[in-house]
Design a protein around this ligand. Structure first.
Ligand SMILES: [Zn+2]
Length: 425
């Protein structure tokens, strides 16, 4: 990792709330100054930003990063079959070392495709935390609690979450925060959901949960609880501005009002929703109701990669074709979802390039055939660019990737290890 304390990104095209030419000065972990009068003498390290677009690091608001180990498992199945017959039997064989390796591989992929922050829910989370520590990324990490309505299991799941909070919350220069993450309303008992919320409140943490992902889930909750999933969660006190609900594909009109009133954030996962044929989330409706929506990749075996550039494009195109209206989800709204809205959902002071914000940003190469000409830099980012166009990734003021070289992860070594070890599952 580069140990310089100040970095100047010189003469670059900045895309944030607006697009402009400027230079950016980073000091320690913060964006200190954005102007056209900065010179090479202002920083220890100078990055030439000519022919590059500089933008906020992308924020993945829903992931299970160690699932890189399960890339290619259970393709082309419905959510319930995919989980029961393919994913859960393999996850039963997970161990600390494999989760560490899978997480590390995911971080190599994320850093190379411009993601600086991810919001994760999985198992053996301290191993993912170790990989975050080493990679230099920023993450919100939670232990995916599933009790399947068993009281003893509920108690032991909560204990794991409590231990994780003790060991990992606000560690690694505050790059890691912990969230409480009960898996979903149809895999967790009512008591576990209520106790999860209490645990989150007691420690001032976010609560991250899958909700209203499939029609089958909505039907199960309606049968068991007499209400739709968001209604049920609201009745038991789970929903507020610290809740991040992944998916939200099937909200009713009344649920939409509750989400707005309680200021819940939604994580939209277009690839996963399409691949598992879960449905099309009403993103345009959410945004019209001023509900905060971020974008996520979900786990790799329902995607099958962690490239947030493709998620941005799919987010926009899916709404347009679903509503037969090309004007919905204009580029600035899609961009905001993957950056500023994600930061808001996770409670992180980033997501825009502004003085005083955390220095989480990326440089995208524009000297590639599919990015030329640049009539509108933002349009090229949403519709033309690929994650592999990212040239430099900076997180917390540290360079993690420069000139397409990873600085904190040995790429060849992790590729080789996961290629061999993933089959132990
Ligand atoms: Zn998920």
């Amino acid at each position: 990792m580069t140990e310089t304390n100040s970095i100047l990104i010189k003469d670059t095209t900045v895309i944030s709330e607006e697009t402009k030419k400027a230079s950016i000065l980073i000091v320690d972990d913060t964006i200190q100054e954005i102007s056209n009068s900065l010179t090479d003498d202002d920083a220890e390290k100078v990055i030439d930003g000519t022919n590059k677009i500089t933008m906020p690091g992308l924020i993945n608001t829903h992931s299970h990063v160690a699932m890189t180990l399960l890339r290619g498992v259970g393709d082309d199945q419905s959510l319930q079959t995919w989980l029961n017959d393919y994913i859960w039997p393999k996850e039963a064989n997970l161990n600390e070392e494999l989760v560490y390796l899978g997480s590390k591989l995911a971080m190599a992929e994320m850093i190379k495709t411009g993601t600086t922050t991810f919001n994760d829910m999985y198992f053996y989370v301290e191993e993912t935390a170790k990989a975050v520590d080493e990679s230099g990324m920023r993450a919100v990490l939670g232990y995916g609690m599933i009790d399947l309505f068993d009281e003893e299991k509920m108690k032991s799941e909560l204990k794991v979450s409590e231990q994780l909070i003790k060991n990992c919350h606000n560690t690694c220069d505050n790059r890691i925060t912990v969230a409480v993450t009960p898996h979903a309303p149809n895999t967790c008992s009512e008591e576990l959901l209520i106790k999860s919320k209490h645990l989150a409140e007691k420690n001032n943490l976010k609560l991250h949960i899958h909700v209203s992902e499939t029609k089958a889930e909505v039907e199960t909750i309606a049968k068991d609880k007499g209400r739709t999933p968001f209604m049920y969660l609201d009745d038991i006190g789970v929903l507020d501005s610290d809740t991040i609900a992944a998916h939200g594909v099937w909200p009713t009109h009344d649920e939409m009002n509750i989400l707005k009133e309680k200021e819940v954030s939604i994580s939209h996962n277009p690839s996963s929703n399409m691949k598992l044929a879960s449905g099309i989330a009403p993103i345009n409706e959410y945004l019209k109701n001023e509900i905060n929506v971020g974008i996520g990749t979900d786990g790799v075996s329902s995607n099958n990669n962690l490239d947030m550039f493709s998620e941005m494009k799919l987010t926009a195109l899916l709404q347009k074709v679903n509503l037969l209206d090309p004007q919905v989800l204009p580029t600035k709204d899609t961009f905001k979802m993957a950056t500023e809205n994600g930061a808001k959902a996770l409670g992180i002071n980033s997501g825009v390039i502004q003085e005083g914000k955390l220095a989480d940003l990326i440089l995208v190469d524009t000297l590639v055939p599919h990015m030329v000409p640049i009539r509108n830099a933002l349009t090229n980012i949403i519709y033309s660019s690929l994650g592999t166009d990212v040239d430099t990734t900076i997180c917390n003021g540290k360079i993690l990737y420069e000139n397409k070289q990873l600085k904190t992860i040995n790429e060849q070594e992790i590729i080789q290890e996961v290629s061999e070890r993933a089959f132990e599952l």
